[in-house]
Design a protein around this ligand. Structure first.
Ligand SMILES: [Zn+2]
Length: 122
């Protein structure tokens, strides 16, 4: 789906606050991101790309085997990005440049783990 982060940005929104203030782990698996907030058992799989035409992404719930089980409840009931999407946007996504290249990847461990930088949300 198309996502308009700028139009929905509100520092007091539940999703933005959660992305900023809750400890989290993000693991990069190929082109997707597994997001787990420290205070939740749930793992969500985020697809997010910054294209020249804007942000495109989706957030899925996944089971213990990593199989997608549905759309993130944060997206089902709102048209604003969920906390998982805000988090991935701030931490991980490398903008696709007009020439199709990527900017440099963020620092990550050998296992692809990216350490939480919630202060970088927007
Ligand atoms: Zn989500």
């Amino acid at each position: 789906m198309n996502l308009n982060f700028e139009a929905h940005f509100d520092a007091d929104s539940t999703s933005v606050r959660r992305a900023r203030e809750t400890d989290s782990e993000v693991t990069i698996i190929g082109d997707t991101y597994l997001v787990a907030f420290e205070d939740s058992e749930d793992v969500h799989e985020v697809e997010l790309t910054d294209t020249v035409d804007g942000w495109r992404g989706m957030c899925y719930t996944v089971d213990h085997n990593g199989e997608r089980t549905g759309h993130c409840p944060g997206l089902e009931y709102h048209d604003a990005p969920c906390a998982h999407l805000w988090l991935v946007r701030s931490q991980c996504v490398r903008p696709v440049l007009a020439d199709g290249g990527h900017v440099e990847a963020p620092p990550a461990g050998d296992d692809g783990h990216v350490f939480g930088r919630p202060e970088l949300v927007r």
